[in-house]
Each structure stands twice: as structure tokens, then as C-alpha cells.
Design a protein around this ligand. Structure first.
Ligand SMILES: [Zn+2]
Length: 418
């Protein structure tokens, strides 16, 4: 189909309607500071889900719930046997979350459906809007639970058996809010697009409206233990110490350097230090630290892994102590599907929006869906790059732009029946 000559080329979403639905949804779990606290599978999550389902039904969609509580709102296609073109995200939030993380992707999908309805456009393939269960992982781990089950990253049984701090299981919480749906194999998806706020400062710093997401960074997480020797801070001469914290400090600087040597996309972070015995007048005998390495491809991530292990071996040898490195988490890098990424870029350019290639440093539902279906993401800026915070904010014009790109990219995949 040629988008240039199609009447669909003139279609635009209603930015004011999109904004209003975001603000209406944000009232459920709204906090005094202007954020949202809508933790997965709580009664507030149920209220948010119910509102989405009501809006989707009013927009003529049929609703399907799967066994992990993912919601799929479907707008029929001219050929309903075709795999749907899907969009979506999540509406659960962090305890001090914002109005836009996840919620934008779901409301943008709803706005696409409403726009197609208002214009009387029939798509060849069906359109679906997904609400994925427990993306945030704040109450139940693992994170990205609903999309993870959908993509087969872990089993339904494993997810349902997870418990929160009060001992309530996912299965019990789903039943309690009335969203334990039908078990069964995940249906095929023709293409998946997810619109999301960037949650970082890159687009804003470059004054671009649309981020064309190339890939999600792969991640390797480690627990590192530095074993030295505790001794009295006074009587022990400087040259006779096995100071675990001093070695750990050298390692913190090395982790930073490992990423700086591999710009622009590599990341290296030590986020947690546990010092033993953590006493003012004792030379630290043991330090546990976390290391988080991220890179856009496996070759670079493996190179960083080797650099980390070499740095640990060198620091241990130089300082006469033992450093143990244990990898605890591995998420493979996830490239998005080239022709869908290209559709995002081409439509952004066609609509006259400034855009740039970016990578996603964070996990998203799209990263799991990309394991089982062609997938791409559309990023829009958020104010000062701040997210997972009650002050999270976004420009209505940017949200509108991202939704227009989403609409066009979905139409290009679904096809329009004249
Ligand atoms: Zn999110």
C-alpha cells in the first residue's frame, strides 16, 4: 500500500483527547504531589483496568484476558483471520510513579482506535491494544511479568506462584481483582509497536521529538565480594593492610572506565556497597558490591564482562586479597525489527517531526514481545528525563506526535481497506 496516496495519510490523532484520557486515568491512584501510585494487582490497578476496558468497549473493541491477566482490546480487521497489529504497554506504576510511564503507551493505543473509528477507517488486519500485567515489578518479581509469560521468557506457573511481601500470590491477587483469564498458547502477533516516554534525557538534550529505538541494551548484573582482612585502624601500618574497601573503590572506578571506553551506548554502574564490619576504627575486611553492565550487542557485553573479570583479578593480585565475581542476571540485548524501526523513522520524518536513533537502557514490555513477534518502539521526551518519580512530566505536543507516528506505523503494517 502506498501511504502517499492513501486517505490514511491525512489522518491525525486527537491530541487533546489523548491528554484528557491520560489525566482521567491518572486520577486513579493519583497522589497529592501529582504522581500516581497504582501498584500491580491492587484494587487501584483493578479500577484502572476497568476504566480501560470500559473505554475500549465503548470504542467497539472486544476484550480478551489471558491467564496472567494481560488485557487485549481488539478492533476487528477486514480479514479477521490475520494476526493482529498490536500496541500497548502497562498501567501499573511504581509507588511514587508518574502519569506517563506505561500509561502513555496504553492510552496512545486507545487513541489510535478512537481515531480510526472517527474517520471510519477499516484496517485489513485487526488492531489490538494490550495492557501487560505487572511491568514494574514493584510488588511482585519478576518485572515485565505479563509480557514475559506471553513471550515464554518464564512459565505461567512460575509467575502465578510469586508472592508479595505479605505472602499474597500473583494467582490470588489476579483472582481478587477479577482478572484471572483464560489459559492457552499466546496467539501470533503480526507486528508490535510500543510508544513510551524515554525515561532519560537524550531526546531533550538533542531537542528531538521522536526517538527511533534501535535496540534494548543487554544487561549483566553481578554480585562481587572483596575479601580482605579486618584490623585495627590505629596499630596496623598502611603497607600491611588488606583493605577491602580500598580495593572496592578501585573497582568502582574501573566499572566506570569500562563503560566510558565503550561509548556512546555502554553503561557501567556500581549501585550498592555493603561494608563489613562498617565501623569507624576497623579496616574493612569484606565489601560486597553490585555491578550492572549494559551494552547494545552481545559482543560488546562479553567484552565488558572480560574487562570486569580482568580488573578484579588485577586489583586482587596488586592488593593481596581475594575478589569473587558472580553473575546473577543476564538479559540478552534485544534488537528491534529493522523494517518496523524504519517505519517509525519514515513516518516521523514524513510527519515533519525531528527524530534521532536511540537505544533503550531500560526494560520494556516490547523487549519481551520482540522475542516472539516483529517489534519496534517509539520514544517521546519526558521533562528533564525524569521518570519513576511523581514529578514525571511530558509535553502534550510530544505525546501527540508520538501517537501520530504510532498510528501511521500501525496502519502501514495493518493495511487500509479503501
Ligand atoms: Zn514503562
Amino acid at each position: 500500500m502506498d501511504m502517499q496516496t492513501s486517505p490514511a495519510t491525512a489522518l491525525r490523532i486527537d491530541g487533546a483527547r489523548l491528554w484528557q484520557s491520560l489525566m482521567d486515568l491518572a486520577r486513579i491512584g493519583g497522589t497529592p504531589k501529582g504522581g500516581v501510585c497504582r501498584i500491580a494487582l491492587t484494587d487501584l490497578d483493578r479500577q484502572g483496568r476497568d476504566l480501560f476496558v470500559q473505554w475500549a468497549r465503548e470504542a467497539g473493541c472486544s476484550i480478551r484476558i489471558d491467564a496472567i491477566g494481560n488485557i487485549f482490546a481488539r478492533r476487528a480487521g477486514a480479514d479477521d483471520s490475520l494476526a493482529p497489529v498490536m500496541t500497548g504497554s502497562h498501567i501499573d506504576t511504581q509507588p511514587t510513579g508518574g502519569k506517563f510511564d506505561g500509561n502513555y503507551g496504553v492510552m496512545a493505543g486507545l487513541e489510535v482506535v478512537r481515531t480510526l473509528n472517527a474517520a471510519g477507517v477499516r484496517t485489513r488486519a485487526p488492531i489490538e491494544v494490550a495492557v501487560w500485567t505487572n511491568e514494574e515489578g514493584s510488588r511482585f518479581v519478576p518485572v515485565m511479568m505479563g509480557s514475559g509469560v506471553f513471550a515464554g521468557a518464564f512459565t505461567l506457573e512460575h509467575a502465578l506462584a510469586q508472592r508479595d511481601a505479605q505472602g499474597v500470590s500473583v494467582a490470588e491477587a489476579l483472582a481478587a481483582i477479577g482478572y484471572a483469564g483464560q489459559a492457552g498458547a499466546a496467539p501470533a502477533v503480526g507486528a508490535y509497536f510500543e510508544a513510551h516516554i524515554e525515561q532519560g534525557p537524550v531526546l531533550e538534550n538533542h531537542e528531538r521529538v521522536i526517538g527511533v529505538v534501535q535496540a534494548a541494551l543487554g544487561q549483566r548484573w553481578y554480585d562481587v565480594t572483596v575479601q580482605g582482612m579486618e584490623a585495627h585502624a590505629g596499630p596496623t601500618p598502611m603497607e600491611l593492610r588488606q583493605d577491602a574497601l580500598l580495593a572496592a573503590s578501585a573497582l568502582v572506578a574501573e566499572v566506570n572506565r569500562i563503560a566510558l571506553d565503550r561509548l556512546p551506548h555502554a553503561r557501567g554502574t556500581v549501585g550498592s556497597l555493603e561494608v563489613h564490619p562498617n565501623s569507624r576504627n576497623v579496616i574493612p575486611g569484606r565489601v560486597k558490591l553490585s555491578v550492572d553492565l549494559r551494552a547494545p550487542d552481545d559482543a560488546q557485553l562479553l567484552d565488558m564482562d572480560a574487562a570486569l573479570r580482568a580488573a578484579c583479578a588485577r586489583i586482587a593480585a596488586e592488593r593481596g586479597l581475594v575478589i569473587d565475581v558472580e553473575q546473577v542476571v543476564y538479559f540478552p540485548p534485544q534488537p528491534f525489527t529493522p523494517h518496523l524501526v524504519e517505519a517509525v523513522r519514515a513516518n516521523a520524518a514524513d510527519l515533519g517531526y525531528s527524530c534521532m536513533d536511540v537505544v533503550s537502557g531500560a526494560g520494556h514490555d516490547a523487549v519481551y514481545v520482540a522475542r516472539v513477534a516483529p517489534a519496534a518502539m517509539v520514544f517521546v521526551p519526558c521533562a528533564d528525563g525524569i521518570s519513576h518519580n511523581e514529578i514525571e512530566d511530558a509535553d502534550p505536543a510530544h505525546l501527540e506526535a508520538g501517537c501520530n507516528v504510532l498510528l501511521r506505523a500501525m496502519l502501514a503494517s495493518a493495511g487500509v481497506v479503501a
